[in-house]
Design a protein around this ligand. Structure first.
Ligand code: ATP
Length: 247
């Protein structure tokens, strides 16, 4: 985190631009997955990209994290991600918690968490933060990841991302397939992560969840942003209400 960000304290915002995307095009061969996407995220914000299956949310998350070639401009902390490898971006504080979670199934919770901390020296301190955020993980710290419920695995995936001490966290579909009771835990976790000063890009199909958490929302359909605004505005948008909130 920059000295400016530290200067305003853990919960403050500096107005500093963390992510700047402009005129972004991404293709898989002849299939164009993103078209003319513009996006700006400032320090301390949660910005959510909502949209249905196949809209391009994961493609955007993967591109921002340095995993996908693109046309246009994608800058993290003022420099193009095209000039850096994904592991360099991790070093610089951009951590991506993928939709597929990518846990090590035959390793236990504790070991999965420690693997997320290779960037950090203060493993014990980070782990204490994660266990405080998700006490359910501490109760299961000796359990293999592949024996945990979907919700517990999601907590572990987010926890492992936090072990890398992100300044900017890319969360791809953290609520996918989760029961309401677990959603509440994830919800509280995301609030606490933002309060700790982390900037978040939240890719979500669950529009109700995104409206609750985001400071700003973009609706992605067929690779293009078709609506954007603060949640209080989009909540009352007729198209969003009819198409995504059941009328
Ligand atoms: P979901 O929520 O279902 O994951 P999404 O909004 O994240 O959807 P993407 O996974 O980014 O959407 O997919 C956007 C488009 O790109 C889709 O048409 C998809 O079929 C296509 N696509 C994604 N990955 C590939 C790939 N590896 N090869 C070819 N096409 C792909």
């Amino acid at each position: 985190m920059s000295s400016d960000a530290e200067a305003v304290g853990a919960t403050g915002t500096t107005g500093e631009t963390v992510l700047s995307v402009s005129d972004l095009d991404v293709s898989y061969g002849k299939v164009q997955a993103l078209r003319g996407v513009d996006l700006e995220i400032t320090q301390g914000e949660i910005v959510s990209v909502i949209g249905p299956n196949g809209a391009g949310k994961s493609t955007l998350a993967n591109t921002v994290s340095g995993f996908k070639e693109f046309d246009g401009s994608v800058e993290f902390m003022g420099r193009s991600v095209a000039d850096r490898m994904p592991e360099d971006l991790v070093e610089e504080g951009l951590i991506h918690c993928t939709e597929s979670r990518d846990l090590f199934g035959f390793m236990n919770v504790d070991d999965n968490l420690e693997l997320g901390a290779y960037r950090r020296g203060d493993v014990a301190e980070r782990k204490a933060f994660v266990y405080d955020l998700f006490p359910r993980l501490e109760e299961r710290k000796g359990q293999h990841a592949n024996t945990m419920s979907g919700g517990e695995q999601q907590m572990l995936a987010i926890g492992r991302a936090l072990m890398g001490d992100p300044d900017f966290l890319v969360l791809d579909e953290p609520t996918l397939g989760l029961a309401p009771v677990i959603l509440e835990d994830i919800s509280e976790g995301i609030d606490a992560i933002q309060e700790s000063g982390v900037t978040i890009m939240l890719c979500e199909q669950n529009v109700t969840f995104a409206l609750k958490h985001a400071d700003h929302i973009h609706l992605l359909e067929n690779g293009e942003f078709v609506r954007e605004g603060p949640p209080e505005e989009l909540r009352d948008d007729d198209y969003i209400r009819e198409s995504y909130l059941g009328g």
